[in-house]
Design a protein around this ligand. Structure first.
Ligand code: URA
Length: 226
C-alpha cells in the first residue's frame, strides 16, 4: 500500500480488467460515478446516484442468468417467449454499505430473496469477524449476487463468500461500484469461481485501506455519518 499521490489521476479504470472481472464502462455509469466521487456531492445526491447506478450494474451482473422459454398467447398468436429460468436469486448485502447498492437492484428484481452478512475487523488480528449472518434457505439452488460498493482489501468480501459457500451457495457473483487491484487479487485467489462486476478498477489502496482515487467511505457518504 502506498500513500495518496499529489497529482490528479487520469479518468477511467487504472488497470485492465483481469479474467473474471467485468468493468461496466457505459457512459451513464461512468458519468454517475464521477458525480459520486466528487467531494461536495450531498448525501441525498449520493444516495440517489447509488440507486440509479445500481440498476445499471444489476443489468450487467444479471446478463448471464440462465434463460428458458414459456408458451404464452399474445393477442395475435401463441409463441414460445424467453423468460428467466426458475432458479431463484438471492441478493446478499455485506453490511452496512451493501444495503445502498441492494435497494436499486431490488427495484429491478423485486422477487429476489435477501440476505445479510455483517463482519467487522478485529483490531488485534485485522481479520474479519462475523457478527451477523442471515441468508435465505436452499442456498444451493440459488444464484447469489453479493453486493458491497467498495472492494478494497477484499478480506471481508472473501470472508463473506466463505460463509455463503459454507451455507451451501455454489453460484456466486460479486457486484461492487469500485474495486482496488489488491481486492480483486484477493478475491480471485480465494474464489476464482466468483465473477466480479464493477464500475471501475482504481489505482491502489492508501495506507489507511482507502481506495485511491476512490470516493471516500461509502457507508459514511450514503448514510451521512462521520
Ligand atoms: N471502504 C470504503 O467505504 N471506502 C474505501 O475506500 C475502502 C473501503
Amino acid at each position: 500500500m502506498t500513500d495518496t499521490p499529489d497529482q490528479p489521476l487520469p479518468a477511467g479504470s487504472h488497470h485492465p480488467a483481469p479474467e473474471g472481472v467485468t468493468v461496466v464502462d457505459h457512459p451513464l455509469v461512468q458519468h454517475k460515478l464521477t458525480l459520486m466521487r466528487e467531494h461536495d456531492t450531498s448525501t441525498a445526491s449520493f444516495r440517489q446516484l447509488l440507486r440509479e447506478i445500481s440498476l445499471l450494474l444489476a443489468y450487467e451482473v444479471t446478463r448471464t442468468l440462465p434463460m428458458t422459454t414459456k408458451r404464452i398467447a399474445t393477442p395475435i398468436q401463441e409463441m414460445d417467449a424467453p423468460t428467466i429460468e426458475g432458479k431463484k436469486l438471492a441478493l446478499i448485502s455485506i453490511l452496512r454499505a451493501g444495503n445502498g447498492l441492494m435497494d436499486g437492484i431490488l427495484d429491478l428484481v423485486p422477487a429476489a430473496r435477501v440476505g445479510f452478512v455483517g463482519l467487522y475487523r478485529d483490531p488485534a488480528t485485522l481479520e474479519p469477524v462475523q457478527y451477523y449472518f442471515k441468508v435465505p434457505g436452499r442456498m444451493e439452488d440459488r444464484i447469489c449476487i453479493v453486493v458491497d460498493p467498495m472492494l478494497a482489501t477484499g478480506n471481508s468480501s472473501a470472508a463473506a463468500v466463505d460463509l455463503l459457500k459454507e451455507a451451501g451457495a455454489r453460484d456466486i457473483r460479486f457486484l461492487c461500484l469500485l474495486a482496488a487491484p489488491e481486492g480483486i487479487a484477493r478475491m480471485r485467489a480465494a474464489h476464482p469461481d466468483v465473477a466480479i462486476v464493477t464500475a471501475a478498477i482504481d489505482s491502489h489502496l492508501n495506507g489507511h485501506g482507502y481506495i485511491v482515487p476512490g470516493l471516500g467511505d461509502a457507508g459514511d457518504r450514503m448514510f451521512g455519518t462521520k
